[in-house]
Design a protein around this ligand. Structure first.
Ligand code: C5P
Length: 230
């Protein structure tokens, strides 16, 4: 494959000490995902700490609010120095466009989440009232997000082909649900290896437990990068 697929290591922990330990143990990884778990406990300081260590941050707070609020949150993420941040595509055109306005001219890029993979077609209908299947809603929302100003999409490995067809070659596709052949599946049901995700068109892969639970996380990072570059 001609494109370079980047690795993002997950910082799903509760404390600064645990986050620091992972970053120090995963030398060679350039990107870290900070989500609501760590951010709610440690706040913007944890983002500043990671950036201060020369690493880059995907701020995964999945904004979903009125356009004015998301515009200001997006401005905050940009000022903080996040390289990527997430919002929900279902927040709609005006919300995504407002976020885009806030990052214009900055190196920060916006990733849109379409349908959370914790939903299946039955719960999409019963809980959300959506009369589309996930396979219909995901490409529709991906297209809407990119047309409205998102730079990329977060999706499961199985959705990469569908999303790529919907948004074209330009936008980033970032995917969790990755398991190298040498790791365990944990609770991830439908997985791809790093090389499979790369070949399916992923721009970046998000990896947690295969790195965090490895006896030598730096070795796990090295193995994954070697596979991505093979
Ligand atoms: O440990 P693991 O590699 O499974 O971690 C994957 C990360 O991606 C976690 O932060 C998890 O919450 C997130 N995620 C996921 N599957 C999705 C969406 C997000 O595993 N469908």
């Amino acid at each position: 494959m001609s494109h370079q697929t980047e690795l993002i290591t997950v910082l799903d922990v509760d404390t600064t000490e645990e986050a620091l330990h992972i970053i120090e143990a995963s030398a060679g990884c350039a990107w870290y995902k900070i989500g609501s778990q760590l951010f709610t406990r440690c706040g913007p300081a944890i983002v500043e700490l990671v950036l201060g260590m020369g690493r880059r941050v995907m701020l995964d707070l999945k904004y979903h609010d009125i356009p004015n609020t998301v515009e200001h949150a997006a401005a905050g993420a940009t000022a903080l120095g996040a390289g990527l941040f997430t919002l929900h595509a279902s927040g709609g055109r005006a919300m995504i466009a407002a976020a885009r306005k806030a990052v214009e001219g900055a190196p920060t890029q916006i990733l849109a989440v379409t349908i959370l993979t914790s939903f299946d077609d039955a719960t999409l209908k019963s809980d959300i009232g959506l009369h589309e299947t996930a396979a219909q809603a995901v490409p529709r929302l991906a297209k809407l997000a990119v047309e409205s100003g998102a730079h990329g999409i977060v999706c499961s490995p199985q959705e990469i082909t569908l999303v790529r067809a919907a948004v074209g070659p330009g936008p980033l596709i970032v995917t969790p649900g990755i398991r190298p052949a040498w790791s365990t599946k944990d609770d991830q049901a439908r997985i791809m290896t790093p090389a499979q995700a790369r070949d399916a068109g992923a721009s970046m892969i998000v990896v947690g437990r295969p790195i965090l639970k490895h006896a030598n996380p730096a070795e796990a990072v090295r193995l994954i990068q070697e596979e991505l570059n093979s």
